[in-house]
Design a binder for this molecule. Structure first.
Ligand code: 4NP
Length: 160
């Protein structure tokens, strides 16, 4: 297993302060819990520049802390090298997916809507909401990230 290439997953939303850091925190926690740290690596990015250099939204931080999934995060914008570095680039919504596809060049096949295998809905954007909206987003992302990890690690996968 030591020589096995890691699978690198990048979560992307608009600002990289709410949805994609929440998804990254969940992914990191699950990978740790399941002993998969040798096999997977995760990061997150935003399509916009507005929050570059900032920590995650305080509501997102509170939700991740409550669930033991907090990690140190500095917001960044997607960069051209990301399409080389990462194996799978998961978009939080269709606007993000469209933007990523425009940037992806020959790596379009790496870009997926995070909900696409399970109906193609959109993860709710908590940006305008309160901490309860962030909790709702966390629960949606927990389900989706668990499913992706099962799929990627070859484990069982829920069928609903
Ligand atoms: P995120 O939330 O994409 O989940 O990080 C947003 C953060 C910032 C903005 C929009 C959504 N914004 O317009 O600045």
């Amino acid at each position: 297993m030591g020589s096995m290439e890691k699978t690198r997953v990048l979560f992307v939303c608009l600002g990289n302060i709410c949805r994609s850091p929440i998804a990254e925190g969940i992914f990191r926690k699950l990978v740790q819990e399941q002993g998969l740290a040798e096999r997977f690596e995760a990061d997150s990015a935003g399509i916009g520049p507005w929050h570059v250099g900032e920590p995650m939204d305080p509501r997102a931080a509170a939700v991740l802390k409550r669930h033991g999934a907090y990690f140190d995060h500095v917001a960044r914008q997607i960069a051209p090298e990301d399409f080389e570095t990462f194996d799978l680039i998961l978009a939080a919504d269709r606007e993000v997916e469209r933007d990523l596809l425009r940037r992806a060049g020959r790596h379009r096949e790496k870009v997926r809507l995070i909900t696409e295998p399970w109906g193609g809905g959109e993860v709710s954007d908590p940006w305008e909401g309160d901490e309860a909206a962030c909790e709702e987003t966390y629960l949606e992302l927990l389900d989706l990230v668990q499913r992706w990890l099962e799929r990627l690690s070859g484990g069982p996968e829920g069928d609903s």
